[in-house]
Ligand binder design. Sequence first.
Ligand SMILES: C[S@@+](CC[C@H](N)C(=O)[O-])C[C@H]1O[C@@H](n2cnc3c(N)ncnc32)[C@H](O)[C@@H]1O
Length: 285
Amino acid sequence: MLHLVGLGLADEKDITVRGLEIVKKAERVYLEAYTAVLLVDKEKLEAFYGRPVIEADRELVETGSDEILAGADKADVAFLVVGDPFGATTHTDLVLRARELNIPTNVVPNASIMSGIGCTGLQLYNFGQTVSMVFFTENWKPSSFYDKVRENVQIGLHTLVLLDIKVKEQSMENLARGRRIFEPPRYMTVAQCASQMLETEETRQEGVYTEDSLAVGAARVGAPDQKLVVGTLKELSTVEMGAPLHSLVLLGRRTHDLERDYIRQFAVNQETFDASYVKGYGASS
Ligand SMILES: C[S@@+](CC[C@H](N)C(=O)[O-])C[C@H]1O[C@@H](n2cnc3c(N)ncnc32)[C@H](O)[C@@H]1O
């Protein structure tokens, strides 16, 4: 059987009891290591699980899934996913491939950033579409996220922005020369995300948000050193949130008073928070 096991958000101990039992008895244990990372090393996971863990990069999952599924019709194979196996990045393709091969599957859910972001005090019911922000390059600044944000803004809902991770990326030169040399991993910060959002607004000029729009930066959600910061996009574009992973929530105008009271305590500056808030938030519809 193929088991997709959610690992939760922070460290090796966030796995569920059911997930751990599967890991302990599985013949092979893979760790999906390219869409999200735990805040601890693979070695720490291996020590806690008492099992060797095979790191599965994008190439192995997307093109070499048969290697993962080999023998899974007879033995147990565990595929570990940071967060929830179906939270944000879905691994439905792997399940579909298993089905084609008549391999039974089992999913063990866990906390996801999609639910963990509730730690900001913002109501999960008041979120619209989640969007992803990729690292801009000089010639590539995709702005499809902006259109989805506009739809959320129009109905007053919050937008969760998930930030780019670059693990095991090759430089153009190494790629062209077929050299398997990888760049150091990069994780987008809240400050980079806020700057790119403002850059996009500057280019598109459609007034979906401004530099005074309020947003919440969330770092290492679920970890003991979790950090939350609230400020205008301009303030957040220089904020220092520490180690990865980071996410950002653009505040929707239908913010409830309780949500406001909860997030105000994390404000970079309560005066600018209050000034921006009275201008554009708190509408009930
Ligand atoms: C593509 S999603 C994968 C989500 C994962 N499967 C889950 O269920 O949480 C990865 C992005 O979610 C956000 N994220 C995941 N874990 C986080 C955490 N503990 N704190 C802050 N952001 C997190 C980051 O923006 C990260 O780049």
